[in-house]
Unconditional design. Structure first.
Length: 362
């Protein structure tokens, strides 16, 4: 098995720790631990290792599912990883090898959503195109093969911020169902929308949803996420999980009960307001400097680079080396004339970062 190096993570590793401003952060600003009871008791494993049954039942209700159709994971990254292993790799529940499966992945997207399935199966990419980044259902249909096991979508999209409308998501679900496949949707930004779409796992038995407390809740440090969907997929993913993290974090689950309980409405209201205000501020910046973007949902925007730079990597390297601000080159997402900006960070840091980037643009 071969997997491509994670370009975005390597970029961050090169610059993030020394830079003054992280303007490529893809989530909302972090909440303080003081907001929560942080004493979970004994620091053992979560038992049962797929997560607290009562909390799984509460989350399942959000998807019109049952508790045994929910698996708690260490972030969305593990949820997606286990799903791809379950659908595309060897059958973990038997001694038989099922042969490589095929995935159709809508890009640009977070690299793990195409690199992992490429490592364990085969992938056909269907690209969104600028400037509107619209999802073309017919292009996805044309990419489906007899061995297609999963269609992969990230909605709202990272890096573009495009929120694909319900009718197109439902059309992808129908394609998956008609071809005895699944529609997997990474929904980490869904609850930052003013009017969130129904989660894909609620559309029917062929829907799989992954998410976490990281991007919309501001609780990345809890490393707490989940996969929701068909019992067969959940069981296979849990079998693989025994060889990865065994159980979710007991601390993460403890905080999750609070964040998804009485504090949830307040957290999401605050975070949506922050995301909206910061989007307005970045929109002003984009317009003032003659740049372009598609008005995003979430806390990421995909912005055209200034004309005087050859590509996104050159622009972003200049910004970090001259002004100590980290942006994400669009080259890492397959579009060299763009860069990704994150605007979920604290307001004072956003303002400082935009001022510094503005000095580079001139």
């Amino acid at each position: 098995m071969h997997i491509e190096p994670f370009g975005l993570e390597r970029w961050f590793a090169e610059y993030e720790h020394e830079a003054d401003v992280m303007l490529a952060e893809s989530g909302i600003r972090s909440l303080p631990a003081s907001r929560f009871d942080t004493d979970p008791g004994d620091l053992g494993y979560v038992i049962p290792t797929d997560g607290d049954p009562d909390l799984r039942a509460d989350i399942a209700d959000r998807y019109d599912r049952e508790a045994d159709e929910v698996l708690f994971t260490v972030g969305t990254q593990e949820a997606n990883f286990l799903t791809f292993l379950s659908l595309l790799g060897a059958d973990a529940s038997s001694s038989q090898t099922v042969g490589d499966g095929h995935a159709v992945v809508v890009t640009p997207t977070y690299q793990a959503l195409h690199a992992v399935p490429e490592a364990v199966g085969e992938v056909t990419r269907v690209s969104l195109e600028p400037p509107r980044w619209e999802l073309e259902v017919d292009a996805v249909a044309d990419a489906i093969r007899p061995d297609t096991r999963v269609i992969v979508l990230n909605n709202p999209n990272n890096p573009t911020g495009r929120y694909h409308p319900l009718e197109r998501v439902e059309a992808l679900y129908d394609l998956a169902a008609d071809n005895d496949a699944y529609l997997l949707c990474d929904e980490v930004y869904r609850l930052l929308a003013d009017d969130p779409l129904p989660p894909v796992a609620s559309l029917g038995p062929h829907g799989l949803s992954t998410t976490s407390l990281t991007k919309a809740y501001g609780l990345a440090g809890t490393r707490f996420g989940w996969l929701v969907g068909d019992r067969e997929v959940i069981e296979a993913a849990w079998t693989w999980k025994d060889y990865t993290t065994i159980s979710p974090s007991i601390f993460g689950q403890h905080v999750a009960k609070q964040a998804l309980g009485e504090q949830e409405d307040d957290i999401l209201e605050e975070n949506r307001a922050l995301a909206a205000a910061h989007r307005d501020r970045v929109r002003e910046f984009v317009d003032a400097h003659g740049l372009e973007w598609y008005d995003p949902v979430g806390v990421n925007g995909f912005v055209t680079i200034p004309d005087c730079f050859e590509n996104g990597t050159e622009f972003c390297r200049t910004v970090v080396e001259e002004e100590s601000v980290v942006l994400a080159p669009g080259d890492l997402f397959g579009f060299e004339d763009y860069f990704r900006i994150g605007f979920g960070l604290p307001t004072e840091k956003l303002e400082e970062g935009l001022e510094r980037v503005g000095r580079v643009i001139g």
